[in-house]
Design a protein around this ligand. Structure first.
Ligand code: SF4
Length: 424
């Protein structure tokens, strides 16, 4: 990533949910089952503040930058991707969504053909609302399905039913949104491999363009985090969750989905363009409570409660304690670039790394990674796309990647050895 790369991506956090799912530690406010943007003063107030934050970017700077916080610069590029994440962004009314998009357009410009995604939860929208989103400019939706078994939806505290997933998919087709993604979670308490297989097949039958599969993580402070320790029954064992990962890889690829990122599969041409910004370590704007931006080589995480976020908006300088990370050290930037880049099936291009970090750093990276060639977790490729044998020198490599699925499955082991090698 070059620090002065043109910023073409914006993430907007919509931090409201009807209830909190048992595995979730995202920064959200719970609004109750009946509330939507129509009748929640809390959501309306938030949209006002969010528009203010977006507009404020022009008046101050393209980036929050600690050393020159209020430097006015023109915006050289329009937005190519916008992502409304949450939370449950489908609690927004079409009018609220339209206001946010209009504000982004007036501030930065939105490029023709931009990918504009929104996360929607089954049971939180109807046809008119989805049609309204489409008219406002949404081109892609991501449906938080999670599982196709009522008992598993209940076990993780989701508000929706299995029928809501099918109804949502129908609505998506009816309003003519052709680019849509489904999310599924593996490793849930009591989940069996057979149930996982059934969820994968049910998802495939709906023919989304994209499917994300996540392995459950026990986050401290969540209901699950308090209820279970890793390895506790009824959580599936590590061997079972690894089998679930391999099963997803086989089943989804057999159905025509490319495994393009550790947790993501897409029909050809339908990889999520917005999320590629993160994995390719390019700059992006972030707006809203808890949202992170990455500008001028600085990651900045906004406050994670509404009160603190609103307070920060009154005087949006960036106190140093709020800087999530300041990537000053070359080795930190190198490891970060590898950490996100190796999530992609295409891996990382050696020439890009060499230009940014120099020959000796790349040699050190390869010293560290080549030991994982023998077990088949790391792969090296030449410029013609031919896989190279173990023990090649780094100068012969065009690209290196983790193998699919075993390298992806053991990516943590590989990354830990990189952290150790570079002392990060
Ligand atoms: S809907 Fe998503 S953001 Fe909201 S509580 Fe559940 S997992 Fe968290």
């Amino acid at each position: 990533m070059l620090h002065n790369d043109a910023i073409t991506a914006a993430y907007l956090h919509i931090p409201f949910c009807r209830r909190r799912c048992y595995y979730c530690d995202f920064p959200i406010s719970v609004v109750g089952d009946r509330k939507t943007g129509h009748n929640s003063g809390m959501i309306q107030e938030y949209v006002d503040k969010l528009c203010g934050e977006i507009r404020g970017t022009t008046q101050r700077s393209t980036q929050p930058c600690q050393t020159q916080p209020y430097q006015t610069q023109p915006f050289p590029t329009q937005l190519q991707t916008i992502f409304f994440g949450g939370g449950t962004p489908s609690l927004l009314t079409p009018q609220q969504l339209d206001r946010l998009l209009t504000t982004l357009n007036q501030t930065f410009g939105i490029a023709p053909g931009a990918e504009i995604s929104i996360e929607i939860d089954p049971g939180t929208f109807d046809r008119a609302q989805l049609q309204g989103y489409r008219s406002a400019g949404i081109t892609r939706v991501s449906l938080g399905s999670q599982a196709f078994q009522p008992e598993l939806l209940q076990v993780c505290g989701r508000t929706h039913q299995v029928e809501d997933i099918y109804h949502s998919a129908e609505l998506i087709h009816e309003v003519g949104i052709t680019n849509y993604s489904l999310d599924l979670i593996s490793g849930l308490p009591s989940q069996t491999v057979q149930q996982w297989q059934a969820s994968l097949e049910a998802a495939i039958d709906l023919r989304p363009t994209h499917i994300s599969t996540y392995d459950l993580t026990l986050e401290p402070g969540t209901v699950f985090g308090k209820r279970y320790q890793p390895g506790d029954r009824p959580l599936p064992t590590d061997e079972t969750t690894a089998d679930m990962y391999r099963l997803a890889s086989r089943t989804l690829q057999a159905a025509g989905y490319e495994h393009y990122e550790i947790s993501n599969y897409a029909q050809p041409g339908y990889a999520c363009r917005h999320n590629l910004t993160y994995w390719e370590n390019r700059s992006f704007y972030g707006f809203g409570m808890g949202a992170t931006s990455y500008v001028n080589g600085q990651r900045f995480a906004r406050p994670r409660t509404r009160e603190a976020y609103y307070q920060w908006l009154e005087n949006p300088e960036i106190p140093s304690e709020l800087l999530a990370s300041e990537i000053d050290h070359t080795s930190d930037r190198l490891v970060e670039t590898l950490m996100v880049g190796l999530r992609l099936a295409k891996g990382v291009a050696i020439e890009n790394l060499r230009q940014q970090f120099g020959n000796s750093a790349i040699e050190q990276v390869w010293q560290c990674l080549k030991r994982y060639q023998a077990p088949g977790w790391v792969e090296a490729w030449d410029a013609t796309g031919k896989r190279l044998p173990p023990d090649v020198s780094w100068e012969e490599i065009d690209r290196m990647s983790l193998s699919e699925p075993e390298g992806f499955l053991f990516s943590n082991v590989v990354l830990v050895s990189l952290f150790e090698a570079f002392g990060t």
